[in-house]
Design a protein around this ligand. Structure first.
Ligand SMILES: *[C@@H]1O[C@H](CO)[C@@H](O)[C@H](O)[C@H]1NC(C)=O
Ligand SMILES: *[C@@H]1O[C@H](CO)[C@@H](O)[C@H](O)[C@H]1NC(C)=O
Length: 141
């Protein structure tokens, strides 16, 4: 094996290790699934973000769902918030806050209803009010 081939082998091993490391969580991984429960015939358009992470625009048919996962911060400061738009509604909600969810959501489902989102953790359902969009917009500035 010439040194050039050796060099690439080492590089390949290092890349594999770094890829595996960046995929792992130092803390726990959190899994969230959002389901459109707005009602029959209601399409949901949603857009979630966390700091500079943009999860992109999602479109959910009635009863359709979408999932994402992330590494929650050890310090409980993780925040994901979403803008939800449907025919007759344009709302904001903190879909994940460390203070509210870190001890509950390893895996949580969120039922998106016109009255507000309900968190389902192994059958225990807690409903929340939509966030005050004035205070959310202040945070975005
Ligand atoms: C949004 O609402 C949730 C649930 O009531 C609450 O935990 C969170 O602190 C609120 N965020 C803001 C910015 O008001
Ligand atoms: C929303 O937040 C703004 C600014 O923080 C406040 O002035 C307003 O009263 C709040 N509205 C509701 C419905 O809580």
């Amino acid at each position: 094996m010439d040194s050039f081939t050796k060099y690439f082998r080492v590089l390949f091993v290092l890349l594999t290790v770094f890829t595996a490391m960046s995929d792992a969580c130092w803390t726990k991984r959190t899994y969230l699934t959002l389901t459109n429960d707005l009602g029959p015939g209601m399409q949901l358009s949603l857009h979630c973000k966390s700091g500079n992470v943009d999860l992109g625009q999602q479109y959910l048919a009635p009863r359709g769902s979408w999932s994402f996962d992330f590494c929650s911060s050890y310090w409980g400061v993780t925040l994901y918030f979403c803008n939800m738009v449907w025919n007759g509604g344009n709302k904001w909600f903190d879909i994940y806050t460390g203070a509210r969810d870190s001890f509950i959501c390893g895996e949580c489902g969120w039922s998106i209803r016109p009255t507000g989102p309900c968190r389902n953790h192994h059958g225990k359902v807690d409903c929340f009010a939509w966030n005050n969009s004035t205070s959310v917009h202040k945070r975005l500035k």
